[in-house]
Ligand binder design. Structure first.
Ligand SMILES: [Zn+2]
Length: 102
């Protein structure tokens, strides 16, 4: 990095980097935050009632408490990269069985 770049960083309000990181932490913790255009984003909430899904993976059989546990487990990671690897560790990639016309 040249000296010019070091002495000439993009103009930012003091502490804005901290604020940005705090927003990120809130966002990936599923908590309420406001985005760059100051729009309020509500906190993520687990469904207060059981949702039944018709997929073939039998998630219907998963107890509601377990779903809440997974929800909290995911959001307490509070880091987008780690959340992605959390999911990737659980995903199995399969081959395409049937392609549908759009
Ligand atoms: Zn399902």
């Amino acid at each position: 990095m040249s000296e010019n770049q070091v002495n000439n960083p993009k103009r930012r309000a003091p502490g804005s980097e901290n604020k940005k990181n705090e927003m990120k932490r809130l966002k990936y913790s599923g908590l309420a935050y406001h985005n760059r255009s100051n729009k309020d984003i509500a906190a993520k909430k687990a469904r207060s009632f059981e949702v039944f899904c018709k997929c073939k993976y039998e998630c219907r059989k998963l107890p509601y408490e377990q779903k809440i546990f997974l929800f909290e487990d995911y959001y307490k990671i509070a880091n987008h990269v780690k959340q992605k690897s959390y999911l990737l560790g659980l995903i199995q990639i399969g081959s395409v069985k049937r392609r549908r016309k759009i």
